[in-house]
Design a protein around this ligand. Structure first.
Ligand SMILES: [Zn+2]
Length: 246
């Protein structure tokens, strides 16, 4: 199932649930932590998973509509605890407030990205993956390595993100945004792969060569066109929803 632009509450909740499961399938799970948010089509806030569940456990019934001020407006009625809002909802409310071009934001605790961020190295395009971050760079959040537990920290994160597609959050994780769920999720997948590849090259004593800025921009336009991003997302959806192997 692919819903590019949710029109109803049910579609927005289904999309947030699907994106959560895809992130888990792509290796971004951290027990019950990390989350993805879909902008509410009616402008009331964001749809995101309830606290206390792993990304792979999320279906529509475990998705909440969270107001811009962190109030649970809908969802979670059938859950044992009524549906708790993640403490770090400020990431999504403040970033999506600051980025009207983005419909989806996500935050995971990727170990690979944290290992890369600990080195303080610029991300180099060693394959196709990192060229997705050539145009706007890959900023680093600097205010804290602790949880994004206040609107002020959410705004600081949004400020460091600026117009970029992704932001490192050293000793914590990553943030990506997208004009739709395909872009936001694929940027997280590409960022983790790019960081992992550079870690491999660094461990081998390199890297010594990488794609220059101009060609990176050319590659981004071709390799990560909207059609390619959507094709990658569709692949992850198929992989996530494949029948269990018997
Ligand atoms: Zn976090």
């Amino acid at each position: 199932m692919t819903i590019d632009t949710p029109g109803t509450d049910q579609e927005a909740a289904a999309l947030a649930a699907l994106g959560s499961r895809v992130l888990a399938e792509a290796g971004h799970g951290d027990m019950i932590w990390g989350h993805l948010a879909v902008r509410d089509p009616a402008g009331r806030g964001v749809w995101m998973k309830a606290s206390g569940w792993g990304l792979e456990e999320i279906d529509q019934d475990r998705v909440l509509l969270v107001s811009w001020d962190g109030e649970r407006l809908a969802g979670g009625e059938g859950l044992p605890d009524g549906g708790r809002v993640h403490l770090e909802y400020h990431i999504h409310t403040e970033v999506l407030r600051a980025r009207p071009d983005a419909q989806v934001s996500l935050h995971t605790h990727s170990g690979t990205v944290n290992a890369f961020a600990s080195l303080g190295e610029p991300l180099r395009p060693l394959s196709h993956d990192a060229v997705a971050f050539a145009e706007h760079g890959l900023p680093t959040f600097g205010a804290t390595a602790n949880l994004i537990r206040t609107p002020e920290l959410g705004r600081a994160l949004a400020a460091d993100l600026g117009p970029a597609r992704a932001c490192l959050m050293p000793q914590h994780g990553l943030l990506t945004v997208g004009r739709d769920i395909a872009h936001a999720v694929m940027y997280a997948v590409l960022l983790e792969r790019a960081c992992g590849l550079q870690l491999t090259a660094l461990a081998a004593g390199g890297p010594k060569r990488w794609t220059g800025h101009r060609e990176s921009l050319e590659k981004d336009a071709l390799v990560w066109s909207a059609g390619q991003i959507e094709a990658g997302w569709d692949y992850w959806v198929r992989r996530t929803e494949r029948p269990a192997q018997r």
